[in-house]
Design a protein around this ligand. Structure first.
Ligand code: ZN
Length: 334
């Protein structure tokens, strides 16, 4: 048994355990001239094997070009490593008390780089996943306990890694699931939303065509183009109309500046040249009607925090962009 999926690794430069999404945010928070690939090792301090981070240092493209950022293990982890345990737990056969649907969903999740089963949309926290605490130590599960108690313990054990408050991580997970899983597997994927319960992921993240609000106070998304920048702020126009009215998103530069590393990342995406379209995801935005200068009725979407915003882009050229052409899966840190 070897670790196939590692959700968290120790970052030497940052001095703490991070998800790959944390690493991306920290990387993009640096001035461009100071950016250097991070060094990672296993988050289990008894293992400590050298790892590499993949795709976290490039801007994620939309659609087929999307490549999930992830950790890669070029070397085997020690047998008792928590990620070997994790892999063995997620790859188990159907368990007593597990429904067939649960089992099928667990099998589908194995195909993905990340594994998220809990999303906290309150945005009360900052953008961190709470991984900055000292490195966790593995606690072996004793075999004398009942299956039920073991199951609960495992859920608690991995939940610190499979739980997130970060919208970008959730949308990356959705994007990869959409690209990788069969339609049926994708439609059956569920997520537990804090204070709301279990929801199908495809019902929590819905296209703007289906309405300006998501019934779970979840995410709406759609493609469109950038109208203009206002410093770090921007005005965006969606391709899709709502009740025949044009739909805009205006994000103030103050809001953009509030998001630590995330705002740099989003800013650089918006600065990308030769973009065919942007796809913009918003967590539970509010909206209002307004009359524009030409006397037409339009709709404005509003967000209060940059943490409610995720943007992907697609380039005009059908060729692979230079910055990603040089990218090899799992290249070593510079
Ligand atoms: Zn390890």
């Amino acid at each position: 048994m070897s670790a196939k999926k590692v959700l968290v690794a120790f970052c030497h430069e940052l001095g703490c355990n991070v998800t790959i999404d944390d690493a991306r945010r920290a990387y993009f928070a640096l001035e461009q001239k100071d950016r250097k690939r991070f060094r990672f090792s296993c988050s289990d301090r008894h293992c400590n094997v050298t790892m590499s981070g993949v795709n976290y240092h490039v801007k994620a493209e939309d659609g087929d070009k999307f490549k999930a950022a992830h950790f890669r293990s070029p070397h085997p982890h020690t047998p008792g490593c928590e990620w070997n345990q994790f892999t063995s737990d997620i790859e188990q056969d159907i368990q007593p008390g597990e429904t067939k649907d649960d089992f099928i969903e667990r099998k589908a999740r194995q195909k993905l780089r990340d594994d998220i089963n809990y999303f906290d949309a309150s945005l009360d926290n900052d953008t961190s996943t709470g991984m900055t605490s000292p490195r966790p130590v593995s606690t072996p599960v004793t075999k004398t306990e009942s299956d039920e108690s073991n199951k609960k313990k495992e859920n608690t054990r991995w939940s610190k890694y499979t739980k997130t408050t970060v919208l970008q991580r959730l949308i990356d997970f959705w994007q990869e699931a959409k690209n990788t899983l069969s339609h049926k597997e994708f439609m059956n994927l569920r997520i537990y939303i804090k204070n709301r319960g279990s929801v199908y992921l495809n019902k929590y993240i819905t296209h703007i065509n289906n309405g300006l609000t998501n019934k779970y106070e979840g995410v709406i998304y759609g493609g469109g183009h950038l109208v203009r920048r206002y410093g770090r702020g921007f005005l965006f126009s969606y391709f899709d109309k709502h009740e025949e009215k044009e739909v805009y998103l205006y994000v103030d530069k103050e809001i953009m500046a509030s998001g630590n590393g995330m705002s740099n990342y989003l800013h650089e995406i918006l600065e990308t040249e030769n973009v065919r379209y942007f796809r913009v995801f918003l967590l539970n935005p509010s909206w209002s009607r307004r009359i524009n200068k030409k006397g037409g009725h339009v709709i404005n979407l509003h967000i209060k925090k940059v943490q409610q915003l995720v943007i992907f882009y697609e380039l005009n050229s059908s060729k692979v962009h230079e910055s990603t052409a040089n990218e090899k899966d799992g290249d070593n840190p510079a």
